[in-house]
Design a protein around this ligand. Sequence first.
Ligand code: SAH
Length: 212
Amino acid sequence: MRDYNTERTRMVDEQLIPRGITDSRVLKAMRTVPRHRFVEMGQKDMAYTDQPLAIGHQQTISQPYIVALMTQALKPGPEDKVLEIGTGSGYQAAVLAELCHEVYTVEKIKELLESARAVLKDLGYDNVISKLHDGTLGWPDHAPYDAILVTAGAPEIPGPLMDQLADGGRMLIPVGDQTYQELVKITKKDGEIHKEKLGGCRFVPLLGKHGW
Ligand code: SAH
Protein backbone atom coordinates (compact mmCIF):
# COMPACT_ATOMS: atom_id res chain seq x y z
CA MET A 1 0.00 0.00 0.00
CA ARG A 2 1.60 3.29 -1.09
CA ASP A 3 1.71 6.27 1.24
CA TYR A 4 -0.09 8.78 -0.97
CA ASN A 5 -0.22 11.43 1.78
CA THR A 6 3.57 11.55 1.96
CA GLU A 7 3.83 11.63 -1.84
CA ARG A 8 1.35 14.51 -1.97
CA THR A 9 3.23 16.49 0.68
CA ARG A 10 6.46 16.01 -1.28
CA MET A 11 4.74 17.11 -4.48
CA VAL A 12 3.82 20.42 -2.81
CA ASP A 13 7.19 20.93 -1.12
CA GLU A 14 9.36 19.93 -4.09
CA GLN A 15 7.34 20.86 -7.21
CA LEU A 16 5.14 23.79 -6.20
CA ILE A 17 6.74 25.94 -3.49
CA PRO A 18 10.20 26.18 -5.13
CA ARG A 19 8.55 27.33 -8.40
CA GLY A 20 6.67 30.21 -6.82
CA ILE A 21 3.33 28.83 -5.70
CA THR A 22 2.93 30.86 -2.51
CA ASP A 23 -0.83 31.30 -2.01
CA SER A 24 -1.52 29.45 1.23
CA ARG A 25 -5.09 28.53 0.26
CA VAL A 26 -3.90 27.02 -3.04
CA LEU A 27 -1.12 25.09 -1.30
CA LYS A 28 -3.62 23.78 1.22
CA ALA A 29 -5.95 22.61 -1.55
CA MET A 30 -3.06 20.89 -3.36
CA ARG A 31 -2.13 19.17 -0.09
CA THR A 32 -5.73 18.04 0.36
CA VAL A 33 -7.10 16.75 -2.97
CA PRO A 34 -6.22 13.05 -3.47
CA ARG A 35 -4.83 13.28 -7.02
CA HIS A 36 -4.31 9.50 -7.19
CA ARG A 37 -8.10 9.06 -7.19
CA PHE A 38 -8.33 10.96 -10.50
CA VAL A 39 -5.78 8.95 -12.49
CA GLU A 40 -6.23 5.57 -14.16
CA MET A 41 -5.58 2.31 -12.32
CA GLY A 42 -2.25 1.62 -14.03
CA GLN A 43 -0.98 5.16 -13.36
CA LYS A 44 -1.51 5.48 -9.59
CA ASP A 45 2.22 5.11 -8.91
CA MET A 46 2.84 8.22 -10.99
CA ALA A 47 -0.04 10.32 -9.63
CA TYR A 48 2.23 12.73 -7.72
CA THR A 49 5.06 12.95 -10.25
CA ASP A 50 5.98 16.17 -12.04
CA GLN A 51 4.17 15.52 -15.34
CA PRO A 52 0.79 15.32 -17.07
CA LEU A 53 -0.71 11.83 -17.32
CA ALA A 54 -2.98 10.17 -19.87
CA ILE A 55 -6.60 9.74 -18.74
CA GLY A 56 -7.87 7.95 -21.87
CA HIS A 57 -9.62 9.28 -24.98
CA GLN A 58 -6.33 11.04 -25.90
CA GLN A 59 -6.81 13.49 -23.02
CA THR A 60 -4.58 14.31 -20.05
CA ILE A 61 -4.70 15.39 -16.42
CA SER A 62 -2.37 18.41 -16.22
CA GLN A 63 0.96 18.44 -14.40
CA PRO A 64 0.40 19.38 -10.71
CA TYR A 65 2.45 22.59 -11.11
CA ILE A 66 0.27 23.80 -14.00
CA VAL A 67 -2.91 23.14 -11.98
CA ALA A 68 -1.45 25.10 -9.05
CA LEU A 69 -0.17 27.92 -11.27
CA MET A 70 -3.52 28.39 -13.01
CA THR A 71 -5.43 28.16 -9.75
CA GLN A 72 -3.19 30.72 -8.05
CA ALA A 73 -3.45 33.13 -11.00
CA LEU A 74 -7.25 32.77 -10.99
CA LYS A 75 -7.41 34.07 -7.38
CA PRO A 76 -10.50 32.03 -6.47
CA GLY A 77 -12.33 33.48 -3.46
CA PRO A 78 -14.51 31.56 -0.95
CA GLU A 79 -17.71 33.17 -2.27
CA ASP A 80 -16.85 32.78 -5.95
CA LYS A 81 -18.78 30.98 -8.64
CA VAL A 82 -16.30 29.45 -11.07
CA LEU A 83 -16.68 27.92 -14.54
CA GLU A 84 -14.21 25.31 -15.76
CA ILE A 85 -14.09 24.19 -19.40
CA GLY A 86 -12.68 20.67 -19.81
CA THR A 87 -13.57 18.57 -16.75
CA GLY A 88 -11.29 15.73 -17.88
CA SER A 89 -10.46 13.66 -14.80
CA GLY A 90 -12.21 16.10 -12.44
CA TYR A 91 -9.00 16.88 -10.54
CA GLN A 92 -8.84 20.60 -11.31
CA ALA A 93 -12.54 20.89 -10.46
CA ALA A 94 -11.84 19.31 -7.05
CA VAL A 95 -9.01 21.78 -6.39
CA LEU A 96 -11.36 24.65 -7.25
CA ALA A 97 -14.11 23.11 -5.11
CA GLU A 98 -11.78 23.34 -2.09
CA LEU A 99 -11.43 27.08 -2.67
CA CYS A 100 -14.74 28.39 -4.05
CA HIS A 101 -18.44 28.40 -3.33
CA GLU A 102 -19.57 26.68 -6.55
CA VAL A 103 -17.77 25.10 -9.47
CA TYR A 104 -19.54 24.61 -12.80
CA THR A 105 -17.60 22.36 -15.14
CA VAL A 106 -18.27 21.35 -18.74
CA GLU A 107 -16.86 18.35 -20.62
CA LYS A 108 -17.57 17.07 -24.10
CA ILE A 109 -16.52 13.40 -23.71
CA LYS A 110 -19.28 11.43 -21.99
CA GLU A 111 -17.09 8.67 -20.53
CA LEU A 112 -14.67 11.16 -18.96
CA LEU A 113 -17.50 13.20 -17.49
CA GLU A 114 -19.16 10.12 -16.00
CA SER A 115 -15.97 8.91 -14.40
CA ALA A 116 -15.11 12.40 -13.06
CA ARG A 117 -18.62 12.71 -11.62
CA ALA A 118 -18.31 9.36 -9.84
CA VAL A 119 -14.98 10.28 -8.20
CA LEU A 120 -16.13 13.78 -7.21
CA LYS A 121 -19.30 12.35 -5.70
CA ASP A 122 -17.40 9.68 -3.82
CA LEU A 123 -15.08 12.33 -2.37
CA GLY A 124 -18.06 14.47 -1.32
CA TYR A 125 -17.48 17.46 -3.61
CA ASP A 126 -21.15 18.38 -3.81
CA ASN A 127 -20.38 21.98 -4.83
CA VAL A 128 -19.25 20.76 -8.28
CA ILE A 129 -22.00 20.85 -10.90
CA SER A 130 -21.18 19.40 -14.31
CA LYS A 131 -22.66 18.89 -17.74
CA LEU A 132 -21.89 17.30 -21.07
CA HIS A 133 -21.68 20.08 -23.62
CA ASP A 134 -19.52 22.17 -25.91
CA GLY A 135 -17.72 24.35 -23.38
CA THR A 136 -16.74 26.97 -25.95
CA LEU A 137 -20.34 28.12 -25.54
CA GLY A 138 -19.86 28.43 -21.78
CA TRP A 139 -22.81 27.70 -19.50
CA PRO A 140 -25.10 30.75 -19.81
CA ASP A 141 -27.70 29.53 -17.29
CA HIS A 142 -25.43 30.27 -14.31
CA ALA A 143 -23.51 33.27 -15.70
CA PRO A 144 -21.88 35.60 -14.81
CA TYR A 145 -18.87 33.82 -13.30
CA ASP A 146 -16.28 35.38 -11.00
CA ALA A 147 -13.64 33.20 -12.59
CA ILE A 148 -13.37 31.05 -15.72
CA LEU A 149 -10.67 28.44 -16.24
CA VAL A 150 -10.17 26.82 -19.63
CA THR A 151 -8.07 23.66 -19.44
CA ALA A 152 -7.67 23.01 -23.17
CA GLY A 153 -5.75 25.01 -25.77
CA ALA A 154 -7.85 27.47 -27.80
CA PRO A 155 -7.15 29.15 -31.16
CA GLU A 156 -8.67 32.34 -29.71
CA ILE A 157 -10.70 33.44 -26.70
CA PRO A 158 -14.28 32.19 -27.22
CA GLY A 159 -16.70 35.14 -27.29
CA PRO A 160 -19.35 33.46 -25.12
CA LEU A 161 -16.80 32.95 -22.31
CA MET A 162 -15.85 36.62 -22.44
CA ASP A 163 -19.55 37.55 -22.23
CA GLN A 164 -20.12 35.23 -19.25
CA LEU A 165 -17.25 36.66 -17.20
CA ALA A 166 -18.47 38.95 -14.39
CA ASP A 167 -17.19 42.48 -14.00
CA GLY A 168 -14.17 42.16 -11.72
CA GLY A 169 -13.77 38.57 -12.97
CA ARG A 170 -10.66 36.68 -14.07
CA MET A 171 -10.26 34.14 -16.90
CA LEU A 172 -7.30 31.88 -17.63
CA ILE A 173 -6.99 30.28 -21.04
CA PRO A 174 -4.18 28.73 -23.08
CA VAL A 175 -4.20 30.40 -26.51
CA GLY A 176 -2.10 29.31 -29.47
CA ASP A 177 -1.85 26.45 -31.95
CA GLN A 178 -2.61 22.78 -31.31
CA THR A 179 0.82 21.94 -29.90
CA TYR A 180 1.91 25.07 -28.01
CA GLN A 181 0.03 27.89 -26.31
CA GLU A 182 0.55 31.00 -24.19
CA LEU A 183 -1.31 31.01 -20.91
CA VAL A 184 -3.37 34.22 -20.99
CA LYS A 185 -4.95 35.88 -17.98
CA ILE A 186 -7.91 38.12 -18.76
CA THR A 187 -9.32 40.58 -16.27
CA LYS A 188 -12.59 42.45 -16.76
CA LYS A 189 -12.88 45.67 -14.80
CA ASP A 190 -15.48 48.41 -15.31
CA GLY A 191 -16.23 46.93 -18.73
CA GLU A 192 -12.57 47.05 -19.80
CA ILE A 193 -10.57 43.98 -20.76
CA HIS A 194 -6.97 43.56 -19.65
CA LYS A 195 -4.78 40.72 -20.99
CA GLU A 196 -1.56 39.41 -19.51
CA LYS A 197 0.65 36.55 -20.77
CA LEU A 198 1.89 34.18 -18.10
CA GLY A 199 4.16 31.94 -20.19
CA GLY A 200 4.16 28.95 -22.50
CA CYS A 201 2.21 25.75 -21.97
CA ARG A 202 0.95 22.67 -23.81
CA PHE A 203 -2.67 21.60 -23.52
CA VAL A 204 -4.83 19.26 -25.59
CA PRO A 205 -6.94 21.16 -28.15
CA LEU A 206 -10.19 22.90 -27.21
CA LEU A 207 -12.63 21.56 -29.77
CA GLY A 208 -16.04 23.03 -30.57
CA LYS A 209 -17.92 25.92 -32.12
CA HIS A 210 -15.49 28.58 -30.86
CA GLY A 211 -12.50 26.22 -30.68
CA TRP A 212 -10.69 24.00 -33.18
N1 SAH B 1 -9.09 19.85 -16.19
C1 SAH B 1 -8.80 18.47 -16.50
C2 SAH B 1 -7.85 18.29 -17.65
C3 SAH B 1 -8.50 18.57 -18.91
S1 SAH B 1 -7.83 17.93 -20.40
C4 SAH B 1 -8.32 17.69 -15.30
O1 SAH B 1 -8.13 18.28 -14.23
O2 SAH B 1 -8.15 16.48 -15.43
C5 SAH B 1 -8.88 18.84 -21.46
C6 SAH B 1 -10.32 18.39 -21.49
O3 SAH B 1 -11.05 19.32 -22.26
C7 SAH B 1 -10.51 17.03 -22.15
O4 SAH B 1 -11.16 16.17 -21.28
C8 SAH B 1 -11.35 17.35 -23.39
O5 SAH B 1 -12.28 16.35 -23.71
C9 SAH B 1 -12.05 18.62 -22.94
N2 SAH B 1 -12.55 19.48 -24.00
C10 SAH B 1 -11.98 19.80 -25.19
N3 SAH B 1 -12.78 20.64 -25.87
C11 SAH B 1 -13.89 20.83 -25.11
C12 SAH B 1 -15.09 21.58 -25.26
N4 SAH B 1 -15.34 22.32 -26.34
N5 SAH B 1 -16.00 21.54 -24.28
C13 SAH B 1 -15.79 20.81 -23.16
N6 SAH B 1 -14.68 20.09 -22.96
C14 SAH B 1 -13.75 20.09 -23.91
